[in-house]
Ligand binder design. Structure first.
Ligand code: NDP
Length: 272
Protein backbone atom coordinates (compact mmCIF):
# COMPACT_ATOMS: atom_id res chain seq x y z
CA UNK A 1 0.00 0.00 0.00
CA UNK A 2 2.84 2.40 0.83
CA UNK A 3 4.28 1.84 -2.63
CA UNK A 4 0.87 2.41 -4.23
CA UNK A 5 0.41 5.62 -2.25
CA UNK A 6 3.76 6.98 -3.38
CA UNK A 7 2.96 6.14 -7.00
CA UNK A 8 -0.41 7.91 -6.79
CA UNK A 9 0.90 11.00 -5.01
CA UNK A 10 3.71 11.35 -7.53
CA UNK A 11 1.41 11.19 -10.54
CA UNK A 12 -1.34 13.54 -9.26
CA UNK A 13 -1.35 17.20 -10.21
CA UNK A 14 -1.45 19.26 -7.01
CA UNK A 15 -4.61 21.16 -7.90
CA UNK A 16 -6.75 18.00 -8.04
CA UNK A 17 -9.33 17.35 -5.31
CA UNK A 18 -8.39 15.23 -2.30
CA UNK A 19 -8.26 11.55 -3.15
CA UNK A 20 -7.98 8.84 -0.51
CA UNK A 21 -6.02 5.68 -1.28
CA UNK A 22 -7.99 3.47 1.08
CA UNK A 23 -11.63 3.84 2.13
CA UNK A 24 -13.97 1.86 4.38
CA UNK A 25 -17.76 2.18 4.18
CA UNK A 26 -20.20 0.60 6.64
CA UNK A 27 -23.66 -0.52 5.50
CA UNK A 28 -22.29 -0.85 1.96
CA UNK A 29 -24.72 -3.52 0.72
CA UNK A 30 -27.68 -1.28 -0.13
CA UNK A 31 -28.96 2.30 -0.22
CA UNK A 32 -26.46 5.12 0.05
CA UNK A 33 -23.59 2.84 1.07
CA UNK A 34 -23.88 0.71 -2.07
CA UNK A 35 -24.13 3.83 -4.24
CA UNK A 36 -20.95 5.20 -2.63
CA UNK A 37 -19.13 1.98 -3.51
CA UNK A 38 -20.40 2.20 -7.14
CA UNK A 39 -19.37 5.82 -7.60
CA UNK A 40 -15.98 5.31 -5.98
CA UNK A 41 -15.03 2.45 -8.30
CA UNK A 42 -16.55 4.06 -11.41
CA UNK A 43 -14.85 7.44 -10.84
CA UNK A 44 -12.24 8.56 -13.41
CA UNK A 45 -9.70 8.18 -10.61
CA UNK A 46 -11.06 5.27 -8.57
CA UNK A 47 -9.84 4.66 -5.04
CA UNK A 48 -7.09 2.05 -4.73
CA UNK A 49 -8.61 -0.06 -1.95
CA UNK A 50 -12.24 -0.05 -0.84
CA UNK A 51 -13.44 -2.04 2.15
CA UNK A 52 -17.18 -2.45 1.61
CA UNK A 53 -18.57 -3.61 4.95
CA UNK A 54 -21.90 -5.21 5.63
CA UNK A 55 -23.33 -7.41 8.35
CA UNK A 56 -24.16 -10.40 6.18
CA UNK A 57 -21.81 -10.60 3.15
CA UNK A 58 -23.13 -14.03 2.11
CA UNK A 59 -26.82 -13.19 2.50
CA UNK A 60 -29.33 -12.20 -0.19
CA UNK A 61 -29.14 -8.50 0.77
CA UNK A 62 -25.46 -8.40 -0.22
CA UNK A 63 -25.91 -9.85 -3.73
CA UNK A 64 -25.62 -6.52 -5.58
CA UNK A 65 -22.51 -5.63 -3.61
CA UNK A 66 -20.93 -9.04 -4.24
CA UNK A 67 -21.59 -8.69 -7.99
CA UNK A 68 -19.94 -5.27 -7.99
CA UNK A 69 -17.05 -6.64 -5.92
CA UNK A 70 -16.46 -9.48 -8.40
CA UNK A 71 -16.25 -7.00 -11.28
CA UNK A 72 -13.78 -4.86 -9.33
CA UNK A 73 -11.94 -7.50 -7.34
CA UNK A 74 -8.69 -5.51 -7.48
CA UNK A 75 -10.33 -2.65 -5.57
CA UNK A 76 -13.26 -3.90 -3.48
CA UNK A 77 -13.01 -6.23 -0.50
CA UNK A 78 -16.32 -7.17 1.09
CA UNK A 79 -15.80 -7.47 4.83
CA UNK A 80 -18.27 -8.45 7.54
CA UNK A 81 -19.01 -5.69 10.03
CA UNK A 82 -22.08 -5.48 12.24
CA UNK A 83 -22.15 -2.05 13.86
CA UNK A 84 -23.83 -3.52 16.96
CA UNK A 85 -21.23 -6.27 17.44
CA UNK A 86 -17.89 -5.17 18.91
CA UNK A 87 -16.22 -8.52 18.05
CA UNK A 88 -17.06 -8.09 14.37
CA UNK A 89 -15.70 -4.53 14.45
CA UNK A 90 -12.44 -5.70 16.04
CA UNK A 91 -12.10 -8.53 13.53
CA UNK A 92 -12.78 -6.18 10.62
CA UNK A 93 -10.15 -3.73 11.93
CA UNK A 94 -7.61 -6.59 12.04
CA UNK A 95 -8.46 -7.67 8.49
CA UNK A 96 -8.20 -4.12 7.17
CA UNK A 97 -4.91 -3.61 9.04
CA UNK A 98 -3.41 -6.69 7.45
CA UNK A 99 -4.15 -5.26 3.98
CA UNK A 100 -3.28 -1.58 4.43
CA UNK A 101 -0.26 -2.14 6.68
CA UNK A 102 1.68 0.99 7.63
CA UNK A 103 -0.04 2.94 4.83
CA UNK A 104 -3.13 3.03 7.10
CA UNK A 105 -6.74 3.86 6.32
CA UNK A 106 -7.44 7.29 4.84
CA UNK A 107 -11.21 7.54 4.94
CA UNK A 108 -13.72 5.83 7.21
CA UNK A 109 -17.40 6.42 6.39
CA UNK A 110 -19.87 5.59 9.15
CA UNK A 111 -22.90 5.12 6.93
CA UNK A 112 -24.81 2.17 8.47
CA UNK A 113 -27.93 3.32 10.27
CA UNK A 114 -31.43 2.36 11.34
CA UNK A 115 -34.61 4.40 11.66
CA UNK A 116 -37.52 3.54 13.94
CA UNK A 117 -40.60 5.73 13.54
CA UNK A 118 -42.70 6.90 16.45
CA UNK A 119 -43.12 9.75 18.91
CA UNK A 120 -41.49 9.80 22.35
CA UNK A 121 -44.67 8.25 23.78
CA UNK A 122 -44.68 5.47 21.18
CA UNK A 123 -40.97 4.65 21.43
CA UNK A 124 -40.18 1.41 23.24
CA UNK A 125 -36.99 0.89 25.25
CA UNK A 126 -36.02 -1.69 22.61
CA UNK A 127 -36.40 0.86 19.77
CA UNK A 128 -34.26 3.35 21.65
CA UNK A 129 -31.65 0.74 22.55
CA UNK A 130 -31.44 -0.52 18.97
CA UNK A 131 -31.14 3.00 17.53
CA UNK A 132 -28.38 3.82 20.01
CA UNK A 133 -26.53 0.57 19.48
CA UNK A 134 -26.48 1.03 15.70
CA UNK A 135 -26.31 4.81 15.24
CA UNK A 136 -24.13 5.82 18.19
CA UNK A 137 -22.33 2.91 19.87
CA UNK A 138 -21.51 1.48 16.42
CA UNK A 139 -19.72 4.59 15.11
CA UNK A 140 -18.02 5.10 18.50
CA UNK A 141 -16.62 1.56 18.61
CA UNK A 142 -15.67 1.74 14.93
CA UNK A 143 -13.79 5.01 15.43
CA UNK A 144 -11.93 3.57 18.43
CA UNK A 145 -10.98 0.30 16.74
CA UNK A 146 -9.82 1.95 13.51
CA UNK A 147 -7.86 4.76 15.19
CA UNK A 148 -4.51 2.93 14.83
CA UNK A 149 -5.07 2.64 11.05
CA UNK A 150 -6.12 6.30 10.80
CA UNK A 151 -3.02 7.31 12.76
CA UNK A 152 -0.87 5.18 10.43
CA UNK A 153 -2.39 7.03 7.48
CA UNK A 154 -1.47 10.38 9.05
CA UNK A 155 2.12 9.19 9.53
CA UNK A 156 2.34 7.80 6.01
CA UNK A 157 0.87 10.88 4.31
CA UNK A 158 3.53 13.39 5.29
CA UNK A 159 1.06 16.12 4.24
CA UNK A 160 0.18 19.20 6.31
CA UNK A 161 -3.40 19.99 7.37
CA UNK A 162 -6.42 17.70 7.27
CA UNK A 163 -8.20 16.00 4.38
CA UNK A 164 -9.66 12.70 3.22
CA UNK A 165 -6.37 12.06 1.41
CA UNK A 166 -4.74 11.94 4.83
CA UNK A 167 -7.09 10.59 7.54
CA UNK A 168 -10.77 11.35 8.02
CA UNK A 169 -13.95 9.98 9.56
CA UNK A 170 -17.18 11.07 7.88
CA UNK A 171 -20.35 10.04 9.68
CA UNK A 172 -23.68 10.13 7.90
CA UNK A 173 -26.04 12.02 10.16
CA UNK A 174 -29.42 13.56 9.40
CA UNK A 175 -31.24 16.86 9.44
CA UNK A 176 -33.63 15.02 11.76
CA UNK A 177 -30.87 15.13 14.40
CA UNK A 178 -30.87 18.95 14.29
CA UNK A 179 -32.58 20.57 17.29
CA UNK A 180 -32.98 23.88 15.49
CA UNK A 181 -34.73 22.22 12.53
CA UNK A 182 -37.06 20.11 14.72
CA UNK A 183 -40.16 22.32 14.67
CA UNK A 184 -40.43 22.25 10.86
CA UNK A 185 -40.37 18.47 10.63
CA UNK A 186 -41.49 16.82 13.87
CA UNK A 187 -45.19 16.51 12.99
CA UNK A 188 -44.27 15.07 9.56
CA UNK A 189 -41.87 12.44 10.94
CA UNK A 190 -41.45 12.19 14.73
CA UNK A 191 -38.94 9.24 14.73
CA UNK A 192 -37.86 10.23 18.25
CA UNK A 193 -35.30 7.45 18.78
CA UNK A 194 -33.69 8.19 15.40
CA UNK A 195 -33.53 11.95 16.04
CA UNK A 196 -32.07 11.46 19.51
CA UNK A 197 -29.49 8.96 18.25
CA UNK A 198 -28.40 11.22 15.37
CA UNK A 199 -28.09 14.19 17.76
CA UNK A 200 -25.88 11.93 19.92
CA UNK A 201 -23.85 10.93 16.84
CA UNK A 202 -23.34 14.64 16.18
CA UNK A 203 -22.02 15.18 19.72
CA UNK A 204 -19.83 12.08 19.44
CA UNK A 205 -18.33 13.54 16.27
CA UNK A 206 -17.59 17.00 17.69
CA UNK A 207 -16.05 15.37 20.80
CA UNK A 208 -13.83 13.19 18.60
CA UNK A 209 -12.95 16.19 16.40
CA UNK A 210 -11.81 18.15 19.44
CA UNK A 211 -10.00 15.24 21.05
CA UNK A 212 -8.16 14.06 17.94
CA UNK A 213 -7.32 17.33 16.20
CA UNK A 214 -3.78 17.02 17.62
CA UNK A 215 -3.56 13.70 15.70
CA UNK A 216 -4.62 15.55 12.49
CA UNK A 217 -7.59 13.24 11.91
CA UNK A 218 -10.56 15.07 10.40
CA UNK A 219 -14.11 14.36 11.67
CA UNK A 220 -17.20 15.63 9.85
CA UNK A 221 -20.93 14.93 9.63
CA UNK A 222 -22.93 14.84 6.42
CA UNK A 223 -26.69 15.00 5.86
CA UNK A 224 -27.37 13.18 2.56
CA UNK A 225 -30.64 15.02 1.81
CA UNK A 226 -33.96 13.20 1.84
CA UNK A 227 -33.10 10.30 -0.44
CA UNK A 228 -35.10 7.54 -2.17
CA UNK A 229 -33.72 4.43 -0.44
CA UNK A 230 -35.37 1.77 1.74
CA UNK A 231 -35.02 4.20 4.63
CA UNK A 232 -35.97 7.41 2.80
CA UNK A 233 -38.95 5.89 0.96
CA UNK A 234 -40.25 6.52 -2.55
CA UNK A 235 -41.60 10.01 -1.79
CA UNK A 236 -38.15 11.40 -0.98
CA UNK A 237 -36.72 14.45 -2.79
CA UNK A 238 -33.67 13.03 -4.55
CA UNK A 239 -32.23 9.72 -5.72
CA UNK A 240 -29.16 8.00 -4.29
CA UNK A 241 -26.80 8.86 -7.21
CA UNK A 242 -27.48 12.61 -6.79
CA UNK A 243 -27.02 12.48 -3.02
CA UNK A 244 -23.82 10.44 -3.21
CA UNK A 245 -22.34 12.55 -6.00
CA UNK A 246 -22.87 15.59 -3.79
CA UNK A 247 -21.51 13.93 -0.65
CA UNK A 248 -18.37 12.63 -2.39
CA UNK A 249 -17.62 16.05 -3.75
CA UNK A 250 -18.16 17.62 -0.30
CA UNK A 251 -15.89 14.96 1.23
CA UNK A 252 -13.16 15.75 -1.31
CA UNK A 253 -13.32 19.43 -0.34
CA UNK A 254 -13.01 18.92 3.44
CA UNK A 255 -10.07 20.56 5.20
CA UNK A 256 -9.22 21.35 8.81
CA UNK A 257 -11.69 24.25 8.53
CA UNK A 258 -14.52 21.69 8.43
CA UNK A 259 -13.21 19.64 11.37
CA UNK A 260 -16.33 19.00 13.48
CA UNK A 261 -18.66 20.51 10.85
CA UNK A 262 -22.21 19.34 10.03
CA UNK A 263 -22.86 19.85 6.31
CA UNK A 264 -25.45 18.71 3.80
CA UNK A 265 -24.74 16.97 0.49
CA UNK A 266 -24.40 20.37 -1.20
CA UNK A 267 -21.82 21.56 1.33
CA UNK A 268 -24.22 23.89 3.21
CA UNK A 269 -23.91 24.07 7.02
CA UNK A 270 -26.72 22.46 8.98
CA UNK A 271 -27.74 24.15 12.25
CA UNK A 272 -27.22 22.02 15.38
P1 NDP B 1 -31.00 2.00 4.10
O1 NDP B 1 -32.02 1.59 5.11
O2 NDP B 1 -31.32 1.96 2.67
O3 NDP B 1 -29.64 1.19 4.36
C1 NDP B 1 -29.15 1.09 5.66
C2 NDP B 1 -27.83 0.36 5.62
O4 NDP B 1 -27.35 0.25 6.97
C3 NDP B 1 -27.96 -1.07 5.10
O5 NDP B 1 -26.81 -1.41 4.37
C4 NDP B 1 -28.05 -1.89 6.37
O6 NDP B 1 -27.63 -3.24 6.22
C5 NDP B 1 -27.05 -1.12 7.22
N1 NDP B 1 -27.17 -1.47 8.63
C6 NDP B 1 -28.22 -1.36 9.45
N2 NDP B 1 -27.92 -1.85 10.67
C7 NDP B 1 -26.64 -2.27 10.59
C8 NDP B 1 -25.74 -2.87 11.51
N3 NDP B 1 -26.10 -3.17 12.76
N4 NDP B 1 -24.50 -3.17 11.10
C9 NDP B 1 -24.09 -2.90 9.84
N5 NDP B 1 -24.90 -2.36 8.91
C10 NDP B 1 -26.15 -2.05 9.30
O7 NDP B 1 -30.59 3.49 4.53
P2 NDP B 1 -29.91 4.65 3.68
O8 NDP B 1 -28.95 4.09 2.73
O9 NDP B 1 -30.95 5.57 3.24
O10 NDP B 1 -29.12 5.41 4.88
C11 NDP B 1 -27.72 5.42 5.00
C12 NDP B 1 -27.38 6.45 6.07
O11 NDP B 1 -27.91 7.73 5.69
C13 NDP B 1 -27.99 6.13 7.43
O12 NDP B 1 -27.07 6.44 8.46
C14 NDP B 1 -29.18 7.07 7.51
O13 NDP B 1 -29.54 7.39 8.84
C15 NDP B 1 -28.67 8.27 6.75
N6 NDP B 1 -29.72 9.14 6.21
C16 NDP B 1 -30.55 8.70 5.21
C17 NDP B 1 -31.53 9.54 4.71
C18 NDP B 1 -32.44 9.15 3.61
O14 NDP B 1 -33.31 9.97 3.24
N7 NDP B 1 -32.33 7.97 3.02
C19 NDP B 1 -31.69 10.92 5.25
C20 NDP B 1 -30.77 11.25 6.28
C21 NDP B 1 -29.82 10.40 6.73
P3 NDP B 1 -28.68 -4.49 6.14
O15 NDP B 1 -29.03 -4.67 4.70
O16 NDP B 1 -27.91 -5.61 6.72
O17 NDP B 1 -29.88 -4.11 6.96
Amino acid sequence: MQELRQRIVLTEPEEMAAQPVSVLITGANRGLGLEMVKQMVEAPRPVTKLFACCRDPDGPRAEALQTLAKKNSNIISVVRLDATDLCSIKLCAQQVGSVVGTGGLNLLINNAGVLAKGTVQETSPEDMQHSFNTNVMGPMNIIKEFLPHLRDAVKASGMPGMSISKAAVVSISSLLGSMEALKQSYAFLPAASYRISKAALNMLTVCAAEELKKDEILFSLLHPGWVRTDMGGEEADIDAPESVQGMLSVMASLTEKQNGAFLDYKGQSIPW
